[in-house]
Design a protein around this ligand. Sequence first.
Ligand SMILES: [Zn+2]
Length: 259
Amino acid sequence: MPEGDTVWRTALHLHQALSGEVLTETDFRVPALATLDLSGATVDETVARGKHLLTRIGDRTLHTHLKMEGSWHLYKPGTAWRRPAHEARVVLRTEGWTAVGFALGVVEVVARDAEDTVVGHLGPDLLGPDWDEEEALRRLLADPERPVAEAILDQRNLAGIGNLYKAESLFLARLSPWRRVGDVPDLAGVVENARRLLTINRRHPAQVTTGINRRGQEHWVYERNGKPCRRCRTMVQVAKQGAAPFDRLTYWCPTCQPA
Ligand SMILES: [Zn+2]
């Protein structure tokens, strides 16, 4: 599941492979960009903003988002792709690398000085160099009635938490996902936990929150519905939370995280 840590690492890999390099060929396989050709341009950098990727190329920015199924792969020339070619949405070639964005949820190109139109709505980035906890807390508390699980998932409040880190951060804080955000005794602690988990996991593909990197033991409650809580043996529950289209599954232990 692409969350802030996965996106941060993707940005790092794209940055290391492409930055400073001239594009020898580009292929945008989305209707709006079908005729765009950026070959000859130099890639300046790729950065993550929450769960968004910004690849800066001259005076333009390629904005991509992995959503549920997307991924960027890097291939040496002549290497077989590991996902079907029909899933490719963007192909960027340099002399040394082919970067392929598969099944991306968003692909658009904007003027570099207009990046705010695509990421300006985001709250402070949990993995950003400009992380601002005070501002994140201010945004979270602006709607104190909102259930905490929905509030921390809203990228306008703070950027980078997806469904996995939502569930795990609330378990670690022993908080019901339905607790009103204004009633959370240590909201800063919840945010700091999420940031710590994202930071720990950003350098490797595993998303481990328990400290145990073994299959089936990586998480406290996420996707563990019907299984016993690792702390108290109560059955972990799952329910839909939030109003469509933003309703997401929430996993929790009713004993450790009482209503
Ligand atoms: Zn429990």
